[in-house]
Design a protein around this ligand. Structure first.
Ligand SMILES: *Cc1c(COP(=O)(O)O)cnc(C)c1O
Length: 466
């Protein structure tokens, strides 16, 4: 399998290069040069022993064929999902009337990003070992992604990871998820500043070409193709394991990575009716799917912070498809969007999109009401991100629809305040979170000062080369 850039001007690469490169050199995102078909084994839902790791290896194999032996790839996949706290990895529960919840939060940090990152951390390490290279991953977090990235690469031999968070501005639970990881290659830094300060520091380090090369800086952000690839698997699992014949998915969306993975599964032959792109009051995607145009405005903080995004980077991969994989036109559309803050697609394309995509905005009151209503009716508790997906599913469901699967993207205990506001008490803490309170924290506190932070990063990566 070869990979091409959505902007048409970057070199064609193999999987291993795409994995390590992240963004393409022309500013585009890498996609496979064609969509492989799901194998009959994958579509029947019963490859090998019929468990999640077997299905995952079967679905992903065409994307990585040539980069690993099949036996080694199977092993890496099996290892990635071994520590999930549910034997089915991504179990589904039926809420009644053909409405389902797929629980994507059984990984080590109790959020759906673990499903991709647990695998990608291992693939990264394998590729680096093959090349005899090491990297230092540097990132900034406002809370959740930092923990998922740390868990993904802890104890990996060829990776150091340095995660910056704003001192005193992440929840205690989020901080402890990062700082109690007892692995020598994990380095937490609390910056005396805001999340934006942390992001600016990271950007400045990457922009310093010499520093970047010297310290072998790297990232595993949400535009990485391997993350999308790993997420296609659970869409296949949803359809095949539960024998659903007609199905739509409602997906709480931020960077558009999760729902794009569903689109990829559909391109590979998975029968899916519709994707519901569920947004909170940051509703630029709702505009896009209902009108074919969108305009950037400011980001509003909500109780579903992982969806507080204006420019969803992975949308570029869908636009590339809609423009018949014409990289030059895609580049022009996105460059104009950057320059003007506005985008409008051809009305014909927009009409076509309307047949199997819907954008739905859910405001804060509706989100709280969705948590409360589900609890009243079933005793189940969902987190505010999932609640946005649930409310969107209920809004748009038509009588003629088949099954509707809502993606549950985080464990409710991670969002205690929002849950408490809805049902009067927070969700019970699962053991993985409860035991964090007794663990020792490791964290370096630094001023919001680029020189000090660079010196610290250099020290951390020296460990890698020492
Ligand atoms: C990241 C995240 C999302 C958004 O997923 P995208 O792939 O960015 O669209 C939704 N919910 C939770 C809990 C997340 O962590």
């Amino acid at each position: 399998m070869k990979y091409i850039s959505t902007r048409g001007r970057a070199p064609v690469l193999d999987f291993g290069d795409v994995l390590l490169a992240g963004l393409a050199s022309d500013g585009g995102l890498y996609v496979p040069d064609r969509w492989p078909e799901l194998s009959p084994e994958a579509l029947s839902g019963s490859p090998g022993r019929g468990d999640y790791a077997d299905l995952a290896a079967e679905v992903m194999w065409p994307f990585v064929d040539g980069a690993y032996s099949r036996a080694r790839f199977d092993e890496l996949v099996r290892d990635a999902y071994a520590a999930f706290d549910h034997s089915e990895v991504v179990p589904m529960v039926e809420l009644g009337d053909g409405l389902w919840l797929m629980e994507l939060f059984h990984g080590p940090t109790l959020a759906f990003k673990d499903i991709a990152l647990q695998l990608v951390g291992r693939l990264f390490d394998e590729e680096l070992a093959r090349r005899g290279e090491r990297v230092t991953i540097v990132g900034a977090t406002s809370g959740d992604t930092g923990a998922a990235a740390i868990e993904a690469v802890r104890d990996r031999e060829n990776i150091e990871i340095v995660i910056l968070h704003p001192h005193g501005r992440v929840s205690e639970m989020q901080r402890r998820q990062m700082t109690t990881v007892d692995s020598a290659n994990v380095h937490n830094v609390a910056i005396e500043g805001t999340f934006d300060d942390c992001q600016d520091l990271v950007k400045a380090m990457f922009a310093d070409v010499e520093f970047r090369a010297d310290q072998r800086l790297s990232a595993v952000n949400s535009i990485n193709w391997a993350r999308v690839m790993a997420q296609t698997v659970y869409y296949v699992a949803a359809v095949t394991r539960y024998g659903l014949t007609r199905v739509s998915f409602s997906v709480p969306t931020g960077n558009f990575g999760n729902v794009l993975a569903g689109h990829v599964a559909r391109q590979m032959g998975l029968p899916v009716d519709r994707f519901i792109v569920a947004s909170n009051r940051n509703d630029i995607l709702t505009q896009f799917f209902t009108t074919g145009s969108m305009a950037i405005s400011e980001v509003h903080p909500t109780m579903s912070p992982s969806m507080d995004i204006q420019v969803s980077s992975n949308l570029e991969r869908l636009l590339f498809e809609l423009l018949d994989r014409d990289g030059i036109r895609t580049a022009k559309l996105l460059e104009d969007f950057r320059a003007t803050g506005e985008m409008r697609i051809d009305p014909r394309i927009s009409a076509e999109l309307n047949q199997n995509w819907s954008g739905v905005r859910v405001d804060e009151d509706e989100t709280t009401a969705a948590i409360a209503e589900l609890f009243r009716d079933t005793g189940m508790i969902v987190d505010p991100h999932t609640a946005v997906g649930l409310a969107a599913a209920r809004h748009t469901r038509r009588d003629a629809d088949g099954a509707m699967v809502v993606m549950a993207t985080a464990h409710p205990a991670k969002f205690g305040d929002a849950v408490e506001a809805a049902i009067g008490s927070p969700a019970p803490l699962p053991p993985a979170l409860a035991e964090l309170a007794d663990r020792t924290e490791r964290c370096e506190r630094l001023p919001n000062d680029l020189r000090a932070v660079k010196a610290h990063v250099a020290q951390c990566s020296a460990r890698a080369f020492g």
